[in-house]
Design a protein around this ligand. Structure first.
Ligand code: THU
Length: 166
């Protein structure tokens, strides 16, 4: 038997204004996107901004539905839109932020498991690590370089290539 420990590296900042200018701009865009969220049920507005390697920024926000599971998270709205409009353009970074009047968000909101899986797939597809910048309205920020830090041992698209058809 072998025991393996997987450790992750997280960068923490007191305030997102400490970020490089392009990354701070991405966070600003994500905050702006929260204003356009459709979150009448949770009142929890999430914004995401995706930067592609060609410099294009695509934003998204959570879109809820009266049939709750039919809604979609901000990260996937942004990533799917980016992929639908700019197929093959690698994702360089994604900023994720949230705003709500229901509670004080002192710590950054981290992406849900399904969004992590989607990020992992685009990362594998493009062979380029995605920087994830998570910032809170208070300014506190966490950064990870690559999705393995958020989703170790992710399901790999490669698994499906080996399916036997007989
Ligand atoms: N939400 C996101 O947009 N991203 C996440 O990573 C987690 C949750 C949304 C879904 C729902 O509209 C609201 O936040 C409350 O769960």
């Amino acid at each position: 038997m072998k025991h393996t420990t997987i450790s992750i590296a997280v960068i923490e900042l007191d305030h997102y204004t400490e970020l490089s200018l392009p990354d701070k701009l991405l966070v600003d865009e994500a905050f702006e996107a929260t204003e356009r969220a459709f979150a009448p049920y949770s009142q929890f507005k999430v914004g995401a901004a995706v930067r592609l390697t060609n410099g294009t920024i695509v934003t998204g926000n959570n879109q809820e539905n009266a049939s709750y599971p039919s809604g979609l998270c901000a990260e996937r709205v942004a990533l799917f839109y980016a992929s639908s409009q700019f197929p093959g353009q690698a994702v360089d970074a994604i900023a994720v932020v949230a705003k709500t009047s229901l509670t004080e968000l002192t710590n950054p909101v981290t992406p849900c498991g399904s969004c992590r899986q989607v990020m992992a797939e685009y990362e594998q597809l493009n062979g380029q690590k995605i920087r994830v910048i998570m910032a809170s309205p208070s300014g506190k920020t966490m950064i990870v370089e690559g999705i393995a830090a958020l989703l170790p041992l992710a399901f790999q698209a490669d698994y499906l290539k080996k399916i036997k058809t007989n």
